[in-house]
Design a protein around this ligand. Structure first.
Ligand SMILES: [Fe+2]
Ligand SMILES: [Fe+2]
Length: 411
């Protein structure tokens, strides 16, 4: 038995740690990892509540993970369950109660919910003990359900979840809910900013920016691991990068409708104006020195640069104007920017953005076949794209594909 004081300190530290994660998806991963390790659970999943549905959005499973080659991520499908008393997660969300079950294959008589064996069958996994609790804000709003699966003893045998751990996990769930609420607000705010951009440019949809953000985070991780960057540093950067990458084209709000909404290819002069969305976007983040603003600055400015130096806008000169918020960019005689002169985030988002643009239908073109898209990316190695980034991209291609499914284009 762990001394109570240690457990409390541990829980308090966890609570503080999770409040620092600003991105919703990374936060949910962290909530899962930390709560699982606390009760030594083999697996776990999180459902996020949206109106009267629960969306299965994150899953971890040590046993299934071990069957994968090192570095590969577990691929799971997303599905929804209604908030009602018929499923375990649905019941928890509907009633705000914690449920601790010793074996989901022999539920106590008289309970209204049933266990759905389908997912065990698909994944060839045997769910046994399960601890499910609501992620509830101090205002009693239920944001989701956290499900911990198969508690293990020191010998690796599956045991029931200890009743004594329940209050600690509840406490942790409350901190998690507060952090989640805040992260959802931050994301909603960014999405609102993006919707403004989308109203101007119908090509930049919410699904596109969500995908580019998510791809960027996974490609970055694969790239950074090879560069020997520590996992702690990677986690922190991923969080910032993901949100900043979503804003890559935010500078388009400043481009005229005549150009943005032109249903055909732009002519040379129009394209010159369109190119300005890079530094016009960067300008929004130029005056601040937070890590997030720095990342958003480089991404907006450099996501159309090319490894061979033939991209744009190049080394624009960048001067502070008379007013504090007034930055003056000049593209006149801008020298090309190439290779490592381009910030890693710029090189990274370039691949994520091009991959997504080619794979998606746009009003002036059909979606390309995946093989064509991948061939293009391969051919552009060392030309348009940084060879190391391309390598990282292909390492995580399965995860990238799964992200495409998670954020489909509407309509
Ligand atoms: Fe762009
Ligand atoms: Fe884009």
């Amino acid at each position: 038995m762990r001394p109570e004081k240690d457990i409390l300190t541990h829980i308090i530290n966890l609570g503080q740690e999770i409040t620092q994660v600003k991105d919703v998806d990374l936060l949910l991963e962290k909530i899962l990892t930390e709560s699982r390790s606390f009760v030594n659970a083999d697996a776990g999943s999180i459902y996020v509540k949206l109106e009267n549905k629960l969306i299965f959005s994150h899953a971890q499973n040590t046993t299934l993970q071990k069957k994968l080659p090192p570095g590969k991520k577990l691929i799971y499908s997303t599905f929804t369950v209604p908030v009602d008393n018929l499923s375990i997660a649905g019941y928890v969300a509907n009633n705000g109660e914690t449920i601790n079950i010793d074996d989901v294959y022999s539920l106590p008589d008289g309970v209204p919910y049933a266990f759905d064996k389908k997912y065990d069958e698909i994944s060839e996994y045997r769910t046994q003990s399960m601890l499910s609790f609501p992620l509830k804000t101090p205002q009693d709003e239920i944001l989701g359900v956290l499900q911990l699966i198969n508690a293990m003893d020191a010998g690796g045998n599956i045991i029931p979840f200890s009743k004594e751990d329940e209050p600690f996990i509840m406490h942790f769930a409350n901190s998690a809910a507060i952090a989640l609420e805040r992260a959802q607000m931050t994301r909603a705010l960014i999405l609102r900013m993006l919707r403004m951009a989308e109203m101007r440019d119908p090509k930049e949809t919410g699904a596109h920016v969500n995908r580019v953000g998510a791809y960027s985070a996974v490609i970055y991780e694969a790239w950074a691991l090879k560069k020997g960057i520590s996992q702690q540093e990677i986690d922190k950067t991923k969080d910032i990068l993901r949100m900043a990458a979503m804003l890559h084209d935010v500078g388009k709000v400043a481009i005229s409708d005549v150009i943005l909404k032109k249903p055909a290819r732009l002519d040379v002069d129009e394209f010159e104006i369109m190119k300005q969305h890079t530094f016009l976007g960067a300008k929004l983040f130029a005056d601040s020195h937070s890590e997030f603003d720095k990342a958003a600055f480089y991404i907006a400015l450099e996501h159309h640069e090319r490894w061979d130096g033939k991209g744009y806008p190049g080394n624009v000169s960048f001067n502070r104007g008379a007013e504090a918020e007034d930055f003056v960019f000049s593209t006149e005689s801008a020298q090309p920017k190439e290779a490592e002169e381009i910030h890693p985030f710029g090189r990274l988002v370039a691949i994520a953005d091009v991959y997504d643009a080619l794979s998606s239908r746009r009003c002036y073109k059909d979606a390309w076949d995946e093989s064509e898209v991948l061939n293009t990316i391969r051919e552009e190695t060392g030309k348009q794209f940084d060879p190391d980034m391309v390598e990282a991209f292909f390492e995580v291609i399965d995860v990238v594909r799964n992200i495409r499914k998670q954020y489909p284009d509407e309509g």
